[in-house]
Design a protein around this ligand. Structure first.
Ligand SMILES: NC(=O)C1=CN([C@@H]2O[C@H](COP(=O)(O)OP(=O)(O)OC[C@H]3O[C@@H](n4cnc5c(N)ncnc54)[C@H](OP(=O)(O)O)[C@@H]3O)[C@@H](O)[C@H]2O)C=CC1
Ligand SMILES: N[C@@H](CC=O)C(=O)O
Length: 432
């Protein structure tokens, strides 16, 4: 392919953790990128919030602007990279960029999981690309495989670790005994966390990614509001130790399933125990991994760095090269597939095993009474362990697979029992 084409003008919205690394690659790898695209990629402007801020990268100061709206309205841009994050002004800027003829690459899962259909419709209307590989699992190519490589197969399940910050925190708590706050501060310093880390630790970020994964995997539309979400803030050192005793480790998982019988889908995010011999158990640090199960391909696993400036910039640049090639050809690339709106199943229908810890009175008949509470709601007990502790005892019950609704009802019953002092923890057990 010729490298001598007219430069393609690229505007960057945001120059933080990800944007800085995007600029670094665009400037240091300019010749290689031009060869791959068939034309040079020229940075036409960089919009930031604080114009005077010192940056980690040398940038021509005349390129920096705090007027992002004016930048995307110029009309001469070929490509816009949105790495500001959040809903507004990102949404308005992307729409303006598309309307003014630029293709857009974004890493913004929060926005896409909230209002993706509006943005995809605009991309289609203006015949431009809207690519977002970086929005899920950082450097890991997972969206393109779902959208393109597996387009002829039927994906039935996607399960993975899709948030680097929470995996980093849980891994540090497990492997070094670090406290939650200390591990979170490290993840923030390393550039893994969102601007507001509540998005990570309360599961919003993983829920947004689950919505995007479920939408692409099952050719439907799932928004963040459809995803059951539980964060990791309630996971205690005791839970982590209990998991170890069971030969498990605690991970925050995103699980998306297709139920063919009812033609419905489900998506959920929560911390769960998984056996140490499960491949997801060895996903350490801020790494991510995604398992995909499909009818013809069987099981596929995708693994890599899930957060951080350079890994995420790799995914952004991949999309940028694809969108740039399409601009040169004058046609948009593979867009969102046409879809069937499938029903979203309630969380109460989700099936898994449970690890339930109870503080109970240490007296005769307690075990039988607790067992009765489980069986009353059709939750079958797999193992139960009792530990005496002065006048009280602790029971650790592990169940066979049951629905979330049945388990919730059981917990309600247990809480109403005089002999149960406290239901101290309930955690799901996945991956076996
Ligand atoms: N960090 C990561 O590991 C990953 C991040 N992402 C996503 O990438 C996106 C960016 O994340 P990240 O780089 O970490 O975020 P940062 O907070 O580090 O950077 C945000 C950038 O946006 C700029 N900005 C904020 N508000 C405005 C505004 N109103 N107008 C113009 N510029 C603005 C900031 O300007 P200033 O520099 O002046 O403050 C900053 O340069 C988010 O959508 C995030 O979810 C996706 C995958 C991984
Ligand atoms: N905050 C996110 C960044 C990447 O998406 C994470 O920790 O995974």
């Amino acid at each position: 392919m010729s490298q001598t084409g007219k430069p393609l003008k690229v505007a960057l919205l945001g120059c933080g953790v990800v944007g800085t690394e995007v600029v670094r690659i665009l400037t240091t790898r300019a010749d290689d990128l031009a060869a791959r695209v068939g034309a040079p990629l020229e940075i036409a402007g960089i919009a930031v919030r604080r114009g005077g801020r010192e940056r980690d990268i040398a940038v021509d100061p005349s390129l920096i602007t705090t007027d992002a709206q004016a930048l995307v309205s110029r009309g001469d841009l070929d490509l816009v990279i949105e790495v500001i994050g959040g809903l507004e002004p990102a949404r308005g800027l992307i729409l303006t960029a598309l309307e003014h003829g630029a293709s857009v690459v974004t890493a913004n899962k929060a926005l896409l999981a909230e209002d993706g259909p509006t943005l995809f419709a605009a991309a289609e209307k203006y015949e431009r690309d809207l690519y977002f590989e970086a929005a899920v699992a950082g450097a890991i190519p997972i969206l393109r495989p779902l959208r393109e490589s597996l387009a002829g197969d039927d994906v039935t399940r996607v399960m993975g670790i899709v948030n680097g910050t929470t995996n980093y925190i849980l891994d540090k708590m497990d492997s070094t005994g670090a406290g939650f706050d200390e591990a979170l501060a490290e993840a923030q310093a390393l550039g893994y966390a969102e601007a507001d880390p509540t998005a990570d630790i309360e599961g919003f970020d993983a829920a947004a990614k689950a919505a995007l994964l479920a939408s692409l995997a099952f050719h439907t539309r799932v928004s963040i509001a459809d995803v059951h979400r539980e964060g990791i803030t309630e996971v205690s050192a005791t839970d982590i130790a209990s998991a170890r005793e069971m030969g498990c480790v605690v991970k925050s998982l995103a699980i998306c399933e297709l139920d063919e019988a009812t033609d419905s889908v489900s998506a959920r995010v929560y911390p769960a125990m998984i056996p140490l011999n499960h491949p997801l158990a060895s996903v350490r640090d801020a790494y991510n991994a995604v398992f995909v199960e499909s009818k013809a391909a069987g099981q596929l696993m995708f693994y890599g760095r899930g957060a951080g400036g350079a890994p995420t910039a790799s995914a952004v640049l991949g999309d940028l090269v694809s969108a740039a090639r399409n601009r040169l050809k004058g046609v948009p690339g593979v867009g969102e597939s046409s879809y069937t709106q499938r029903a979203v199943r309630p969380m109460g229908d989700a099936m898994t095993r449970y690890h339930v810890s109870l503080d109970v009175a240490d007296k005769a008949g307690v075990l039988a009474a607790v067992a009765h509470a489980f069986s009353e709601h059709d939750v079958s007990i797999q193992t139960v362990r009792q530990e005496g502790r002065g006048g009280d005892a602790q029971l650790v019950v592990v169940t066979h697979t049951a629905t979330d609704a049945a388990l919730s009802a059981t917990v309600e019953t247990l809480r109403d029992m005089d002999i149960v002092r406290e239901v101290s923890s309930v955690m799901r057990v996945e991956g076996d």
